[in-house]
Design a protein around this ligand. Sequence first.
Ligand code: CMP
Length: 144
Amino acid sequence: MADTTVAPATLAMLGSVPLFQSLNKHQVRRLAETAQERRFKAGDIIVRQGDKGVGFYLILEGEAKVERAGHPVASLGAGQFFGEMALLDDQPRTADVRASAAVRCLVLSSWEFWAAVGDEPEVLRTLLKETVRRIRSAPAALSE
Ligand code: CMP
């Protein structure tokens, strides 16, 4: 059985993440209990461009670089998320995400992610807004 003990710091972090701002304490706790915590070393590839997307990642600690076709496109830190694009359109990953320092993440499977936020319009709106911003920031590369 999964360990459902959630560190208070993790709960506080989740509660303060803009994406989950509209969730109540109960929903935040459930999200934290459902997610798996994973750690990556500097240099590890966390998701790989072209792979099937099965998870959504929220960075709790550390920094990751987003690289498309080997070119850096963004840097993500604590409180930011990645892996949403392949979950939204059920298509392969659009980029590599590589840990540039030790990274601690919360990971939700696609199913867990949709079960937790699929009926939360504010979360979906924030998610879509950020996703569109990301697509706008690299239109040529994404349409390749
Ligand atoms: P996904 O395509 O599932 O996997 C790679 C992830 O990199 C992608 O979801 C986004 O979360 C992230 N990503 C892609 N492009 C950008 C960008 N321009 N800025 C920030 N993150 C991005």
